[in-house]
Design a protein around this ligand. Structure first.
Ligand code: DX5
Ligand code: ZN
Length: 217
C-alpha cells in the first residue's frame, strides 16, 4: 500500500484555506496533524481549537499524531474531532495495551509511534493489536530535518516482525520523506508516507503528491 499523508505542520497557519484546498483536490490520502506539548518534545504546535476548525475543512481521514505526555487523557477529544487514526508514542504510554484498547473502543484506528532510539522489539507483544506502527525517521518536534538513514534498516526489521506475526499493521514513516528517500522507504516496505516540507514547500503540492505516489507505488 502507498498512502500519502501531508503533515500540516509545514503549512501557512496564517492562511489555512488554500492549504486545505490543494490537499482536498490532491491524491493525498490522510491529513497528518502534529500536536506538541513542549514537554514530550521541545516544541509546541497547535491544539484542539485549531484541530476542530481543520477537521471541518476536509472529509479525508485525519491522522492525529500526539507528541504529548499522557495522550490517553485525550482519547474522547480526538474521537470527537472525527479522527480516523489516533497516533500515540510508545515512550509516552506506560499502559500501552490499555491505551490501544481504549482507542479502539472509541472507534478509531490505533497507531503507535517509536522515536528513532526506541527499538522495534518493544512492540513484540502488541504487534497484533495495533493498526499502524509509525517510525519517526527524524527526532520528533520539528519539520524539515534530515532523514536518519538507519531508519531503513528499522523499517526492514519491522516489516519482518509484522509479516512473521501475521499482524495486519501498516508501516508509517514520519520525517524527511521526499523524492530521494521515498523510493528507498518503499523498497523497505513502508505503507504510509507522512511528508511536510517536501509538499508544503513545493510550488505545486498537488503535483508533488502525485510524484511521491508514483515513486512509492
Ligand atoms: C515532526 C513531525 C512531522 C513533520 C515532518 O515532529 O511529526 O510530521 O511535520 O516534517 P518533514 O516532512 O518536513 O520532515
Ligand atoms: Zn508527525
Amino acid at each position: 500500500m502507498n498512502l500519502i499523508a501531508p503533515s500540516l505542520l509545514a503549512a501557512n497557519f496564517a492562511n489555512l484555506q488554500p492549504e486545505m484546498d490543494w490537499f482536498n483536490r490532491s491524491e493525498a490520502d490522510w491529513l497528518h496533524l502534529d500536536v506538541m506539548d513542549g514537554v514530550f518534545v521541545p516544541n509546541i504546535s497547535f491544539g484542539f481549537p485549531v484541530l476542530e476548525h481543520v477537521a471541518r475543512m476536509t472529509t479525508k481521514p485525519l491522522d492525529v499524531h500526539l507528541m504529548i505526555v499522557e495522550p490517553q487523557k485525550f482519547i474522547s477529544q480526538v474521537r470527537d474531532l472525527g479522527a480516523a487514526v489516533m497516533n500515540v508514542h510508545q515512550e509516552a504510554c506506560v499502559h500501552l495495551h490499555r491505551t490501544i484498547q481504549q482507542i479502539h473502543e472509541a472507534g478509531m484506528k490505533a497507531a503507535v509511534t517509536l522515536n528513532p532510539s526506541t527499538p522495534i522489539s518493544t512492540l513484540e507483544d502488541i504487534i497484533c493489536d495495533v493498526d499502524v506502527v509509525m517510525l519517526m525517521t527524524v527526532n520528533p518536534g520539528f519539520g524539515a530535518q534530515k532523514f536518519i538513514e538507519h531508519s531503513l534498516d528499522k523499517v526492514r526489521k519491522l516489516r519482518q516482525m509484522i509479516d512473521v506475526s501475521g499482524s495486519k499493521a501498516l508501516i508509517e514513516v514520519d520525517g524527511g520523506v521526499n523524492r530521494k528517500t521515498a523510493p528507498l522507504l518503499a523498497q523497505a516496505g513502508v505503507d504510509v508516507y507522512v511528508a511536510g516540507s517536501a509538499l508544503y514547500g513545493s510550488a505545486d503540492p498537488i503535483e508533488e503528491v502525485k510524484v511521491l505516489k508514483g515513486l512509492t507505488a
